[in-house]
Design a protein around this ligand. Structure first.
Ligand SMILES: Cc1cc2nc3c(=O)[nH]c(=O)nc-3n(C[C@H](O)[C@H](O)[C@H](O)COP(=O)(O)OP(=O)(O)OC[C@H]3O[C@@H](n4cnc5c(N)ncnc54)[C@H](O)[C@@H]3O)c2cc1C
Length: 497
């Protein structure tokens, strides 16, 4: 086990260095014959927010599609990571910017009574009762912003029940006609020169190959990239949002009425109880479950700084240490905080939360300057609400995403439609969330299907046709070349980094 400069502490521990052990040697592997078990148009690697959207979009576009996921469920961080909050669907001004697959997914989960979000009339508005509800739940970060008048307003953010979401994502993938492989870990791409021709996977069934005309890497960390020769950028600013793991757990059977009464009627004792928990190495902070019937559930977001998010020894250390801390923290809450006496940890995240990881250097490389402009690209495939940059967000409420940021430089047959999209660490800080990755996935899936159908290289997909396909499937895109209501979108840009 690697040595760690610091022990893991809850909440924003500064990233530490790790002492990497040198390999004890190398093994030359013999020639192997691997069965090719599927021949598809499009292979999607990873069934997280990016992957499910990519698979559904490619299959709906007419491509024979296979989705390969390492775990036994879909949704990635949005389900298995217990990061079930889908934020920034509309701007601070209440203008919805994300539709398409993401909105369809929320609608479908909502129709089953398993999603919660503010009613449309509250988006961008400051109803004190609505604002208060999210403040009380300790969800200000996801739901409340200041508008230009300094008024606190509510954002369009949805929470989903992870279990219903897993079932609904299975439905969406299978209804689209895509074939699904769970419990199958993709280990490398099949390369022919600089072109990706499929993938190799390992599972209980052994080592198997899938051949495909297009591969879409939706593994979150860009697992295929190191084998393709494509350039990557892994820089993370120490202490930033993406430079951390998340280990999330839910405590249930909490009597929040008793907790609230204690906090209100005995503020000094409440302060003392919180201080005792902190003194013993715990934290009294939590968010309230926002789903219906979760009146007795609290969500604990344990964030741990790290610059080594694809290092398996680091991941092991974080998992072991953080699990110990979580249980200790709950024991402290139980011992010191009225309302927690009969509580228990109901669930801890099956998927360790990773925010950073590898990122491609694509045909377009998104940086901070792309957040500070109001002009869409001619290949704009998504528009994101810029809600997290204070004054700058009020000035530039929309951020445009070009298709080229999903296309790695120097590699053919490959798209990247997850948080490994082409961007620097500053752009990542704000735009690698669940709704964003769903948009990347929808765009990449549609582009892959178009490329296969028309027999063109992924770089030569006709932008107008791609954008039309996305709009047909609910995406909200600016009309390129025409001034749109309330906007300055007159010219498009085709800038390369
Ligand atoms: C602590 C924390 C809190 C966060 N909070 C929020 C939040 O509240 N709201 C929000 O929108 N975003 C949040 N995020 C960010 C968000 O979760 C991710 O950026 C988003 O889930 C990325 O989606 P993705 O599809 O790129 O990757 P992932 O969600 O990681 O999905 C990748 C999928 O690929 C699979 N996979 C990986 N490697 C392989 C392989 N080799 N073979 C086969 N399958 C593979 C994984 O099992 C997984 O299903 C948070 C992140 C962290 C770490």
């Amino acid at each position: 086990m690697a040595k760690y400069a610091t022990e893991v502490h809850s909440s924003y521990d500064m990233p530490h260095t790790i002492e990497k052990k040198k390999p004890v040697g190398t093994l030359v592997e013999g020639r192997r014959e691997t069965p090719v078990i599927r021949e598809a148009d499009v292979i999607v690697v990873g069934g997280g927010p990016g992957g499910v959207a990519a698979a559904v979009s490619a299959a709906r576009g007419g491509a024979k599609t296979v989705l390969v996921e390492r775990y036994g469920h879909l949704g990635g961080m949005a389900t298995g990571g217990l990061v079930n909050i889908i934020p920034n669907l509309a701007s601070i001004y209440g203008e919805q910017l994300i539709g398409g697959f993401c909105q369809e997914f929320i609608d479908r989960v909502s129709a089953r009574g398993a999603a919660s979000f503010p009613a449309r009339e509250h988006w961008g508005k400051g109803d004190p009762a609505e604002v208060g509800k999210y403040q009380k739940a300790n969800m200000t970060h996801f739901y409340i912003r200041k508008n230009p008048d300094g008024e606190l307003v509510v954002l369009y953010t949805a929470v989903i029940d992870p279990e219903v979401a897993k079932d609904e994502l299975n439905n969406m993938v299978l209804e689209s006609g895509a074939e699904l492989f769970l419990h199958t870990w993709v280990t490398e791409p099949i390369m022919d020169g600089n072109a990706v021709k499929g993938v190799i996977a390992e599972s209980k069934s052994g080592r198997q190959a899938f051949s495909g005309k297009v591969v879409i890497d939706c593994s979150g960390d860009g697992d295929l990239i190191p084998y393709t020769g494509a350039a990557t950028d892994e820089y993370m600013k120490p202490g930033s949002r993406i430079a951390q793991f998340g280990w999330i757990y839910w405590i249930c059977n909490v009597n929040l009425a008793e907790y609230d009464a204690f906090a209100q009627t005995e503020p000094d004792n409440f302060k003392a109880a919180s201080a005792a928990i902190v003194e013993k190495g715990g934290s009294a902070a939590f968010s309230r479950g926002l789903l219906e019937h979760q009146d007795d559930v609290v969500w604990v977001f344990n964030l741990i700084g790290s610059l080594h998010q694809t290092d398996v020894e680091e991941m092991t250390h974080i998992d072991v240490t953080t699990r110990k801390q979580a249980v200790r923290n709950w024991e402290l809450l139980k011992a010191h905080m009225p309302g927690f006496e009969r509580s228990f940890i109901m669930l801890s995240c099956p998927q360790l939360g990773t925010s950073g990881g590898r990122r491609i250097v694509g045909e377009y490389y998104l940086t901070e300057k792309d957040m500070d402009t109001d002009t869409p690209f001619e290949d704009t495939v998504a528009v994101f609400a810029d809600n997290d940059r204070g004054e700058a967000s009020l000035k530039h409420p929309r951020t445009y995403i070009p298709y080229r940021s999903l296309v790695p430089k120097g590699v053919d047959g490959l798209l990247v439609a997850c948080r490994a999209f082409s961007s620097d660490y500053e752009f990542q800080e704000f735009f690698n969330l669940i709704p964003h990755c769903m948009c990347f996935g929808q765009a990449a899936g549609a582009a892959a299907a178009l490329a296969v159908k028309s027999g063109v290289d992924l770089r030569d997909v006709e932008y107008a046709a791609l954008r039309a396909e996305l709009v047909k499937n609910g995406a909200i895109l600016p009309i390129i070349g025409i001034a749109t209501e309330g906007s300055l979108h007159i010219r498009s840009r085709r800038r390369n980094s």
